[in-house]
Design a protein around this ligand. Sequence first.
Ligand code: PLP
Ligand code: PMP
Length: 519
Amino acid sequence: MSTLTPAIDLSHHINQATQLRVPSPLKAIFKHMKTPGMISLASGLPHPSTFPFESLHVKVCAPDAKGIPGEKYTSTSSTTISVPKYPCVENEQNTLSIALQYSDATGSARLTSFMYDFTKRVMKPGYSDWQVLLHSGSTDGWSKVVSLMCEKDEYILVEEHTFSSAQAFWAPICKAAPVAIDHEGLIPEDLEDVLEHWDEKHPGSKRPHLLYTVPVGQNPTGATMGLERKKQIYDICVKHDVIICEDEPYYFLQFPRYVLPFQRCLPQPARYISEEEFVGSLVPTFLSLDYQGRVIRLETFSKTLGPGNRLGYFVCNPVFAERLLRATEVTTQTASGWSQAIVEQLIVSHWGHEGFLRWLMGLGDVYTTRRDWMCDLLSETFDLVSTGNSDELLAISKDSGKDGQKTPFFTFSPPRSGMFVYIKLHLEHTSSFKALKTEGEEDAENMWAQMFWESLIEEKVLLVPGDYYAPYIGRGQRVKPKPGVAFFRLAFCYESKEEMKLGIQRMGRVFAKYWDSEL
Ligand code: PLP
Ligand code: PMP
């Protein structure tokens, strides 16, 4: 028997507009249409005979098909999944006549129920009455969370390097309260400090009550937050009554520690034997610690089945789920019927839990290979030496300069999850940065980074400058960079190994030029 308790009442976190939101009148009528014998002269549903689609057939991979990362992949073991327009057999649940029709905003009950069971098995929420609600991807999900909770001009707690698109949504409405991070993400002591001293430092401002965090594969830093860290942060959020929105597109892309090529033993053993072992290897979620219902988890199929599906789901307490449903009714209505039909047919009817987990295990391997490519290629262009600070590596020139010293360029921590390597450049030895400082430029770090970025583009290699992730602390005003450093984000998710190699060699040339060094 379950010993979990229901969520506590957290309805005071809902903003005024959302408190006042009424159900969509037309959606409310839907439930009566399901009454046996009801003749509906009510809703304006187009008759399915007017949909010009007869059936849907999609060729899909076997769940353990991995392919070679970066190569166009044609599965030798593909199957065709089909969705008919009308039921072909009694009780057929997934048909185009339903998927392409209006429905209540909860969308596919079968897909929702599958994701509920999957969440229970994999994430193990820590309270009893949590719910699953489909959305149209985490971008949509996050916009609905901000609209659920935030009032104009209030503050949102964010990582001090925060995901740029999430921020771009709230930046016109709210302000950031940045929290310091390290290689494991948010630093609990700093979160505590921000909240403990809020009233002194922000007299008259409402205390922040929403934390936006990407605990696994943090975008842009690639940090992975361990269980102990999560426990500390959860406890602080309980103490200060803060809701945690965990945005987790990279959750299933978790890797073993990076080992430099010369220290690696070959062949490497298989990572997992069973699906259970895979599930057990994943770092526990905030949701699993959540005994009060104060975590809103954003799940998305974007990184597991493709971003164009525009499909994901919330996991949250029933009060928030009901308000998010009301918002869904009058905004997106439901996630796209096509996406729901295809994903339902693939993972519910065809793959099942075991198949979906096998697919996710395969993805973990693909991204481990890609992470290793990037770090190995960095070690070909630069020498990588340990800084002694956790897994952090320092990239230095392979050759010594005139002074007999090797040039230090940047530090980074090889990620244990996600898609990104975030490099921290140490500018004090570059003459171009020194010149900007001598000229008394206040914004020398950003000016230097812009110049360096343009040089990278001239050399035909594209990175994302770190200032894209600087939190907005006021209208148009962003957190200033730390003195003498600049950050850039490299993604290892897309390019082939050859292209990555070329890109990193080009990057190396720009480093050599700016540091006036040999490589
Ligand atoms: N949240 C984070 C942290 C992301 O990195 C991304 C995309 O990379 C998204 C959300 C967007 O996800 P979706 O495609 O589900 O909207
Ligand atoms: N465009 C959109 C609309 C996205 O949602 C994403 C994924 N976040 C991207 C682009 C890629 O962004 P990034 O490289 O920052 O993850």
